[in-house]
Design a protein around this ligand. Structure first.
Ligand code: ZN
Length: 112
């Protein structure tokens, strides 16, 4: 999901999100945002469980804190771009290289 779609799906205006520091953001910056008193979710106001930096087209880099539910609601659940056959071939090659036998069970998705 691109940033514009993400913000739209959460009904957020990037102007309402805090800008990131001009320096490189660090893990400490993120930890402070989610510490013992986490910032509220930008979408619903409950305590945030995740934070990330998004680069918005109109307002530049902004912090985006989300609670678990809002984060899951906007998670990208697209299927992998690699076809299954190519993925299995890589797995088969890796198993051969280390000399092990693997058995892979694949659950085919049901047609919608
Ligand atoms: Zn939320």
């Amino acid at each position: 999901m691109n940033v514009t779609d993400l913000l739209r799906s959460l009904a957020l205006d990037p102007a309402d999100l805090k800008p990131t520091p001009h320096r490189q953001a660090t893990a400490q910056d993120a930890a402070e945002r989610l510490g013992p008193d986490p910032l509220p979710c930008a979408a619903c106001g409950t305590p945030a469980r995740s934070t990330r930096i998004i680069d918005t087209p109109s307002h530049g880099r902004r912090w985006l804190e989300l609670c678990r539910d809002c984060m899951l609601a906007t998670a990208d659940r697209r299927r992998p771009t690699e076809p299954l056959a190519a993925t299995l071939e890589v797995l088969r090659d890796a198993a051969e290289q280390v000399g092990v036998t693997v058995r892979v069970l694949v659950d085919s998705p049901k047609a919608a």
